[in-house]
Design a protein around this ligand. Structure first.
Ligand code: 2AM
Ligand code: CA
Length: 263
């Protein structure tokens, strides 16, 4: 399989679907439904997922799908797409960037293509196995920050699972006092893409789904950074906890998250 060619096609699919999503946003007639507590899904989420799935299926007919809106549930033996049609739905509803399309391709459980197309600023982040990582055709790398005290850190605030609030608030206090600052952008896929290009130094969040993180985590790794779960193990895709960081601060950052979030 030519991963680079697939990746370029996925970028094209993400951008054309992004155009559709932004058009729909402008129409402003959003049929907002409620999906659980604070979890809004618009008709645009579903329509755009269908558009993406249809095109990805044409690209690789044997691949299966793991997708947020459940418009397709069939799994593939070798290849699987992991797709979030809009990551940052709350931002999208409010007309606030960032919000992104996240598409990853896995081959036997290993990510081989990752694309995060952030629609607010029209920025496409992408990489493929064996290649470098790019933002709109320019090569990207993680930052050079050497310590957590020199780091700008992103996270996501709990929105329905408040079971770890105490530890999470402790982590906020710690990073407020011991870093360059904390940001909460509202799109995990974009947070990870921003770690990959060095705008952010590190990111952590719990209760995320595979489609929020699959493409972005791959981008971080391909851009020279590292990713793990809160126990410093590898279960960040399906384990609902992720830590991502540039290479230089990874050990320090993941140890702090581990100590605060798992005690
Ligand atoms: P989503 O927009 O695809 O649902 C931000 O903390 C991350 O949490 C995003 O990746 C977002 O993905 C997810 N999330 C799910 N529901 C959310 C909500 N109601 N508010 C904020 N983020 C939510
Ligand atoms: Ca979504």
């Amino acid at each position: 399989m030519n991963y680079e060619e697939i990746c370029q096609e996925v970028c094209r699919i993400a951008k054309t679907t992004g155009g559709f999503i932004k058009q729909e946003r402008e129409k402003a007639q959003l049929n907002i439904e409620t999906k659980g507590l604070n979890d809004f899904v618009t008709h645009v989420d579903k329509a755009s997922e269908e558009l993406i799935v249809e095109q990805l299926q044409a690209l690789l007919p044997d691949a299966g799908f793991i997708v947020e809106e459940g418009t397709k549930t069939q799994k593939g033996d070798t290849y699987n797409w992991i797709v979030d049609p809009i990551d940052g739905t709350t931002n999208f509803i409010h007309g606030l960037a960032p919000f992104a399309i996240s598409i990853a391709l896995q081959e036997k459980g290993e990510t081989v293509v990752g694309v995060v197309y952030e629609m607010g600023l029209n920025e496409c982040f992408y990489s493929w196995k064996g290649g470098n990582a790019y933002l709109n055709k320019s090569r990207i790398k993680v930052s050079n920050a050497k310590t957590v005290s020199d780091s700008l850190i992103a996270t996501g605030f709990p929105y329905s699972n408040y079971s770890r609030m105490e530890a999470f608030l402790k982590s906020l206090t710690y990073f407020m006092e011991n870093s360059h600052g904390i940001r909460r952008l509202g799109s995990a896929a974009t947070d990870l893409a921003y770690v990959a290009c060095g705008r952010l130094d590190s990111f952590y969040e719990y209760d995320l789904k595979p489609w929020d993180v699959a493409a972005g985590a791959f981008l971080v790794q391909q851009a020279g950074g590292q990713v793990c779960d809160f126990t410093k193990e590898n279960n960040y895709l399906f384990g609902k906890e992720i830590v991502a960081s540039n290479n230089a601060t990874f050990e320090e950052f993941s140890t702090i998250v581990n100590q605060i979030m798992t005690k």
